[in-house]
Write a protein that binds this ligand. Structure first.
Ligand SMILES: Cc1cc2nc3c(=O)[nH]c(=O)nc-3n(C[C@H](O)[C@H](O)[C@H](O)COP(=O)(O)O)c2cc1C
Length: 403
């Protein structure tokens, strides 16, 4: 986001209010303190810095105590006049307006002010907006970071993190358990058993357009619709959705699909059609790798699906609702499981990850994170013949030879 220069608040007749959603964090950091060390202390000085989290801004802002106290005196709803704020030095207020933590009502709308209004109109529940904004990554290489921390294998996890909580929970005396019958596996059970996260795609084998179409139809297409009027339409899909609103959009990063140019596409769930999007200014492989935060085992998939929630669609019904963001997150989860099963049924491999660089994906697709939030990235394609990256297949359903 471009930070526009602030307008001088001092002496003007301007009014000001605090941005709509704001959380202050007393963040502690430790600095080496030579004087303290020489005086006999531990040599570690603990410094508290106030960090302002305002989801309409690109990043959190460090503020001083005067700014913190001034923010505490500003209403987020009522405009306060300059006269009423005479006790505050003008530079404190000017800086808050410049940083976008306070908004002035004159002098032309700044980008900060416009985004504050967008946040207000978007019916966000404050804590959800904070979680959504704070959890986004840019330029992370999660694969390298996990490797460097020694956390990429079960042995490494056990060594560094100790014993995990038990895999299954016991809540009664085992003697009191009521054993349930186990059924003969049918086709559906076998489908579930063959589902495994694919980390070995055949990067030389393109997907046919027919298989891509089949996958999109099964997972993301509207199977039917119910129209109350031309502007009030509800879609029926294979996965459930909070409020029946289906806010999750599917954007495709196509790398290798027969008859389709590599590039970015939006999937239209009613028309069952691809909408080509402008290029991202980089090769699709580079974007795919960036999107999945360096996880090359996923970047090899011929098709990656970015699931992005159109918040306005969900928050239209669930306004400032404490459960709405959770519903949006779960929607993506349901779609991902449907995608896994659809792919498995067609003999394809599939994955989902939320270790993703949301900010880089937003940039490539031209998405505004307050409007359309990237929740997860899925993908599918042909499996490779040999396992180069570990998969979790203890029963040997996918890799019988490797068991
Ligand atoms: C929400 C979610 C996020 C995941 N993120 C990653 C990821 O970042 N990288 C990865 O290799 N696998 C990821 N996975 C796959 C899990 O590691 C996988 O489901 C787990 O190891 C069990 O294996 P299975 O899916 O084959 O049963 C994710 C799965 C889910 C549901």
């Amino acid at each position: 986001m471009v930070i526009l220069p602030g307008r001088a608040f001092k002496g003007s007749g301007m009014r000001v209010r605090r941005c709509a959603i704001l959380y202050l964090e007393p963040r502690e950091r430790v600095e080496f303190d030579l004087h303290g060390l020489l005086a006999g202390s531990s040599g570690a000085a603990r410094i508290v810095e106030w960090i302002a989290h305002a989801p309409h801004l690109a990043r959190p802002v460090a503020i001083d105590e005067a700014a913190r106290d001034c923010l505490g005196c500003l209403s987020a709803e009522e405009w306060t006049t300059r006269e009423a704020l005479a006790a505050w030095p003008a530079d404190v207020l000017d800086r808050l307006v410049e940083q976008g933590l306070a908004v002035a009502d004159e002098g032309g709308a700044t980008e900060h002010a416009a985004r504050d209004v967008q946040g207000r109109d978007g019916h966000w529940w404050g804590p959800a907006a904070l979680v959504h904004a704070a959890g986004r990554w840019s330029g992370e290489d999660a694969a390298a970071a996990t490797e460097a921390a020694g956390l990429s294998t079960a042995v490494g996890l056990r060594e560094r993190l100790g014993v995990p909580p038990p895999a299954a929970l016991t809540r009664c005396d085992p003697a009191d358990r009521i054993a349930l019958a186990r059924a003969e596996a049918d086709g559906f059970d076998e489908l579930l058993q063959r589902r495994a996260t694919c980390r070995n795609f055949d990067s030389d084998r393109p997907l046919s357009q027919a298989l891509l179409a089949r996958m999109m139809e099964r997972v993301f297409a509207a199977q039917a619709q119910w129209r109350m009027d031309d502007e009030t339409v509800f879609l029926k899909k294979g996965a459930p959705s909070g409020g029946g609103l289906h806010p999750t959009e599917a954007y495709l990063i196509l790398q290798q699909v027969e008859g389709l140019a590599a590039g970015l596409y939006h999937y239209h769930p009613v028309e069952h059609a691809l909408e080509p999007l402008p290029g991202a200014g980089m090769a699709m492989r580079e974007l795919a790798l960036q999107a999945v935060a360096g996880q090359h085992w996923f970047a090899d998939a011929p098709v990656l699906v970015v699931m992005a929630a159109r918040f306005a669609r969900c928050f239209w019904k669930y306004r400032q609702h404490p459960k709405a963001y959770r519903a949006v997150t779960m929607d993506a989860g349901h779609l991902s499981q449907t995608l896994y099963l659809a792919a498995t049924d067609l003999g394809l491999g599939a994955f989902v990850t939320c270790a993703i660089n949301e900010v880089d994906i937003e940039r490539a697709l031209g998405l505004d994170p307050l409007e359309e939030g990237v929740m997860a990235v899925c993908g599918f394609g042909w499996r490779a013949g040999e396992m180069r990256n570990a998969e979790f297949d203890p029963a040997g359903r996918v890799w019988p030879a490797a068991r």
